[in-house]
Design a protein around this ligand. Structure first.
Ligand SMILES: *[C@@H]1O[C@H](CO)[C@@H](O)[C@H](O)[C@H]1NC(C)=O
Ligand SMILES: *[C@@H]1O[C@H](CO)[C@@H](O)[C@H](O)[C@H]1NC(C)=O
Ligand SMILES: *[C@@H]1O[C@H](CO)[C@@H](O)[C@H](O)[C@H]1NC(C)=O
Ligand SMILES: *[C@@H]1O[C@H](CO)[C@@H](O)[C@H](O)[C@H]1NC(C)=O
Ligand SMILES: *[C@@H]1O[C@H](CO)[C@@H](O)[C@H](O)[C@H]1NC(C)=O
Ligand SMILES: *[C@@H]1O[C@H](CO)[C@@H](O)[C@H](O)[C@H]1NC(C)=O
Ligand SMILES: *[C@@H]1O[C@H](CO)[C@@H](O)[C@H](O)[C@H]1NC(C)=O
Ligand SMILES: *[C@@H]1O[C@H](CO)[C@@H](O)[C@H](O)[C@H]1NC(C)=O
Ligand SMILES: *[C@@H]1O[C@H](CO)[C@@H](O)[C@H](O)[C@H]1NC(C)=O
Ligand SMILES: [Cu+2]
Length: 643
């Protein structure tokens, strides 16, 4: 990493931009961050936790990524960076690039234009919870708050699973789990560890840059005996706002000031508490809290948390005012309404839908389709209906209305920008339409960020200007729901992209190594309006089967009441007995009896070895296989429907 000197104080912004280069070999290591279980974990250059990436605004960042995993494909997403002019560096596989196959290299090369607190993580096959996640801090010589603090500290919060994602996903999206109960984490972590001690000096102000890098759990965070002053969320500077507790969903960031007390006689607990309302069941042995300490004096004891909350009352991020005071964008050119729905398909598994569509990866990365389709690039049909595409014209104002028809919280993330959060309802408010709210009620200077929590059975309205040509995903950041399909694809100003963008050779080489085509529509057909052969989700439930019926059947089967009178297509015998978070992926639970298609679901893949679940231990050394239709199957049993 290049270090620079700023000879003229105060003129730092004039300093010449540097090039910051990272050489990352992504490989397996073992780790045991909660002290309870040692497991294979994805490291970089032989280490985990991973290196923090750092740069200054204006720098050119180069990441030479080598996939040394042996058994899984990968890719890197730089969460929160707009990638303005470099959409091909955004990271989601089958969207802006092909996944990086084992033994392949891939170079990310982009300019950082935004200051703030970001992170990088895998965007392939629900992989980041296996370890491939770390902070990315972009320093700002012109930070308006730079005189307000003495020192900066990066602090992450996350959840942790003892089992690996491929096996957990096989269980999660299977007919053995018809309610779609998400695996519950085994632990919470602070800075990827527990019992973290942070030495502090009295009467000093620290800038904490906090990031939730977890897969699933939102976290309540507080510092006993100290209030904090929020200055930034998701890379957006805010008017300073005092808080005593914050909530960070998966992927959200917050930086805040903490001023220490003036005496050294006591140490104070820092507590992060996982949001257990997300968990379908609360295992008795689960400690959903993690404690660290502000250590004023290492000779004093580290006290247990004294404040026990019954009801959490975190700071409401909707009340934040962006530092730039940008007013509410004008009336939208387009309003897109997305209803969040969980439902079962014909394979008996539970999927997530925006309206009537559960996302399935296209056979050609959507960006490459956009670049090669000529004038047809503005026709959403070429991207395939299961990528749920919307094509925007340059500089259109888009309003997204999201209605939660589900009873869970979902943190929604938009790639390529932050959005104005112009309205958010309380829980159980119903749909936006039914609530009779009009744009007069919208916040005049709306809060902005790139990941926002939608409340259970509530609604949310976001606005943004389509001023960043590219292909951008909009998705729930709970990694389970990414895999079960809660994704839409925004294709922004594709004709501009065709004029500007050149895909580097090593990106195309990655596709070649993976056997993924780089031209054609979502179905890899050169007749762009012929979608024959596109990847599809499993078919709907057979007539007469309802979700409730399936759930009832599975549960009566589990309790052994119903023994023999089984319907042929439904694999009763394979229902697992373990709890989800400790499950050993069931032998054939997601198998193909009755011809239900798994994986890419294109109607030809049933019974394919690569998509048959294998035992948990074996998934580590599972094989990569190209299952005959140019879709990557990147891990033993890992599903290949989504990035
Ligand atoms: C943290 O401390 C607790 C209590 O002493 C202990 O049970 C636990 O194992 C520690 N965790 C780690 C990762 O050392
Ligand atoms: C990164 O991109 C810049 C600007 O497009 C280019 O000048 C430079 O050669 C690239 N570097 C690498 C290592 O690809
Ligand atoms: C968290 O860990 C990183 C290294 O991964 C370190 O740089 C940072 O200072 C730690 N934060 C705290 C608050 O200890
Ligand atoms: C934190 O803020 C709350 C609410 O404003 C206040 O009641 C409390 O005394 C403050 N705590 C500290 C340690 O300053
Ligand atoms: C230390 O804190 C106490 C109580 O908060 C306050 O009364 C006192 O003035 C402080 N001392 C200094 C030197 O700031
Ligand atoms: C975790 O913290 C919450 C909030 O203070 C408390 O109510 C709960 O009892 C704690 N749970 C455990 C298992 O320590
Ligand atoms: C979703 O609904 C739209 C509008 O009713 C319809 O045109 C489309 O075919 C449906 N798509 C799927 C996958 O069911
Ligand atoms: C919205 O307006 C309709 C028609 O006037 C009314 O029936 C309904 O109760 C209103 N809903 C709310 C939440 O106020
Ligand atoms: C991208 O860059 C263009 C040109 O500088 C600018 O107009 C636009 O606002 C930028 N978009 C984002 C999301 O940063
Ligand atoms: Cu979700």
């Amino acid at each position: 990493m290049t270090t620079r000197l700023f000879p003229l104080l105060g003129l730092a912004a004039l300093a010449k931009a540097a090039t910051v280069t990272y050489d990352f070999s992504i490989d397996w290591v073992t780790a045991n961050p909660d002290g309870m279980f040692e497991r294979p974990t994805i490291g970089i250059n032989g280490k985990w936790p991973l290196p923090i990436m750092e740069a200054n605004v204006g720098d050119q960042v180069i990441v030479n990524a080598f996939n040394n995993l042996g058994d899984q494909a990968t890719s890197l997403h730089f969460h929160g960076l707009y990638m303005n002019g470099s959409t091909h560096m955004d990271g989601p596989s089958q969207v802006t690039q092909c996944a990086i196959y084992p033994g392949s290299s891939f170079t990310y090369n982009f300019t950082v234009k935004q200051p703030g607190t970001y992170w990088y993580h895998s965007h392939t096959k629900g992989q980041y919870p296996d370890g491939l996640r770390a902070p990315f801090i972009i320093h700002d010589p012109n930070n308006p708050f730079k005189d307000m603090y003495d020192e900066e500290l990066v602090l992450t919060v996350s959840d942790w699973y003892h089992d690996q994602m491929p096996g957990l996903l096989n269980f999660f999206i299977s007919k053995a789990n018809p309610t779609g109960a998400e695996p519950v984490p085994n632990s919470a972590l602070l800075n990827e560890t527990q019992n973290l001690t942070i030495p502090v000096e009295p009467e000093r102000t620290y800038l904490f840059r906090m990031i939730n890098m977890g897969a699933f759990a939102g976290q309540y965070v507080w510092f006993e005996g100290h209030n904090i002053t929020i200055l930034e969320v998701d890379g957006i500077y805010t008017q300073p706002a005092e808080a005593d507790m914050i909530y960070l969903s998966a992927a959200q960031r917050c930086s805040f000031l903490l001023t220490t007390r003036n005496s050294t006689t006591e140490n104070f607990p820092i507590v992060a508490s996982m949001d257990t309302t997300l968990f379908d069941q609360l295992p008795e042995d689960l400690n959903y809290n993690v404690t660290g300490w502000l250590v004023y004096d290492s000779k004093e004891p580290l006290p247990e948390p004294a404040i026990l909350y019954e009801d959490f009352d975190p700071f409401d991020d909707m009340t934040l005012i962006p530092w730039d005071n940008e007013p509410l964008l004008g009336e939208p050119d387009r309003i897109i309404t997305l209803d969040v729905i969980m439902d079962n398909l014909g394979d008996g598994a539970n999927y997530a839908f925006f309206n009537n569509i559960t996302y399935v990866s296209p056979r050609v990365p959507s960006l490459y389709t956009a670049l090669n389709a000529g004038e047809l690039a503005t026709d959403p049909r070429i991207y395939g209906e299961y990528t749920h595409p919307f094509v925007f014209e340059k500089d259109e104002i888009i309003e997204l209305v999201i209605n939660n028809i589900d009873s869970g919280r979902h943190p929604f993330h938009l790639h390529g920008r932050s959005f104005q959060a112009v309205w958010r309802s309380e829980e159980e408010a119903g749909t936006f339409e039914d609530s009779n709210v009009t744009s007069e009620s919208f916040t005049p200077i709306p809060m902005k960020r790139d990941t926002i929590v939608l409340f259970p059975e509530g609604n949310l309205v976001l606005r943004f200007r389509a001023d960043n040509p590219g292909v951008w995903l909009f998705h729930c950041h709970l990694e389970w729901h990414v895999q079960s399909g809660l994704i839409a694809t925004f294709v922004e100003a594709p004709l501009e992209l065709q004029k500007e963008l050149v895909i580097p050779k090593n990106h195309i080489d990655a596709c070649e190594a993976a056997g993924v085509p780089t031209v054609g529509n979502a179905a890899a057909n050169l007749d762009y309006l012929d979608l024959t052969g596109q990847n599809m989700p499993p078919p709907p439930l057979p007539a007469g089967f309802t979700t409730k019926g399936i759930v009832a059947m599975v549960f009566s089967c589990i309790s052994g009441i119903l023994g023999v009178a089984v319907i042929a297509w439904y694999g009763f015998a394979d229902v697992p007995k373990e709890e989800p978070s400790t499950i050993v992926a069931p032998g054939k639970a997601a198998g193909a009896e009755g011809g239900v298609v798994e994986g890419d679901g294109n109607g030809s893949g049933s019974g394919d070895d690569a998509s048959s679940p294998t035992a948990q231990k074996e998934t580590v050394v599972g094989t990569i296989s190209n299952n005959g239709d140019d879709e990557i199957t990147a891990s033993g049993g890992g599903r290949d429907r989504v990035p």
